[in-house]
Design a protein around this ligand. Structure first.
Ligand code: ZN
Length: 353
């Protein structure tokens, strides 16, 4: 769903706002700290299209900053290069385990698709890995340690539900609008990951009236319409001369007509997708993060307006849309939730992890 690097200064490829301007802190924002009172850690691993990151996370969802390491991935990487990056960060992070502390288990959040039952990943933006056994790779590094795997969209939803914007909300969808569009569903406090682990793949829900081709091979997917790169591409096709998400953000703020149309088109696609999802499962709340969700100060408001336009039923328009309550630690915290909160995972998926 994404190929984010948290420190890459490109709006299209980051999951937190870097529009060349500051954005207000999200509510319940979580910041990494260097110390913790707990000594029971999860090793969290986040595998994305540009990097793999690992860190130790305590039972309160606090990332142990001294244990946080990253290594490159990338579209051009070989399978062995990707594997070595994962091994490297696993070794570095586990070496940072404080003396006397316990490693409870490993949680892996990966770009998808994935197979939970087989422990395999096929990240769209990492072509060298197709049905790659990443769980076995990590198990080989840490014999005897349990390793759980889920998609990164599901991990984001778990993190929001645990310590982010969706604490205490029973019917919730977490979303990222970035290089791709991803999501995860929590219904009645349970993650709906499904038998393959790919449940909540919101980016590949269809938007009515759109025929643009998606990276998945389908047409009209939310991701194909609303992601940062696709929105830039659409704007350029309308005659806009910029080439990055940052430029689009600046032109939107300056009142450029094409930039405004492009941003509204993205928000409308996301809003219509949320309306459809809410019609299906009666969501109470949606939290949206990801770099491109910061393309406009009123992006979240535009999404909410699109829901109202799309669906007049009160049970649909009641869904609240808010900005993510997570910092850039969100994917790691979500991966750690697989270890610290297994009760939120479905039984079918638990039995195979
Ligand atoms: Zn698609």
């Amino acid at each position: 769903m994404r190929t984010c690097a948290a420190n890459t200064p490109n709006l299209n490829t980051t999951r937190t706002g870097v529009c060349g301007r500051s954005t207000p802190p999200a509510p319940n924002k979580v910041d990494a700290v260097t110390t913790t009172t707990s000594n029971r850690y999860a090793l969290a691993i986040d595998i994305g299209g540009t990097k793999v990151e690992a860190a130790l996370v305590d039972p309160n969802g606090v990332v142990l900053a001294t244990s946080r390491f990253r290594a490159p991935t990338g579209r051009a990487s070989s399978s062995e290069q990707l594997a070595e990056s994962v091994r490297t960060v696993v070794r570095q992070s586990t070496a940072a385990l404080p003396e006397g502390a316990e490693l409870l288990g490993v949680g892996i959040g990966s770009a998808g698709p994935i197979s939970v039952s087989r422990g395999e990943v096929s990240p769209l933006n990492l072509p060298a890995w197709r049905d790659y056994g990443v769980r076995a790779l990590v198990e080989a590094e840490l014999p005897g340690t349990s390793v759980a795997l889920r998609g990164d969209g599901n991990c984001i939803a778990l993190a929001e539900h645990w310590i982010g914007a969706a604490q205490g909300v029973k019917y919730f969808m977490g979303m990222v609008v970035s290089t791709g569009v991803g999501g995860g569903l929590i219904l009645d406090n349970q993650l709906i990951d499904g038998p393959t682990g790919n449940g909540g793949h919101f980016g590949h829900v269809e938007v009515g009236g759109e025929t643009v081709v998606c990276g998945c091979g389908g047409t009209g997917c939310v991701e194909a319409v609303a992601s940062g790169p696709k929105t830039v591409e659409w704007a350029r096709a309308q005659g806009w001369t910029g080439s990055t998400g940052e430029e689009l953000a600046a032109d939107y703020a300056a009142g450029n007509d094409i930039a405004i149309s492009a941003v509204r088109r993205s928000a409308r696609a996301v809003g219509h997708g949320i309306a459809s999802a809410t019609a299906l499962v009666d969501l109470e709340l949606v939290a949206i993060g990801g770099g491109f969700s910061h393309v406009a100060a009123d992006y979240i408001d535009l999404v909410a307006e699109a829901i109202t336009d799309r669906a007049p039923f009160p049970f649909i328009t009641k869904v609240r849309v808010v900005a993510s309550g997570l910092s850039s630690d969100g994917p790691l915290i979500g991966a750690a939730a697989l270890v610290h909160h297994p009760e939120r995972l479905s039984t079918s998926a638990l039995s195979s992890s």
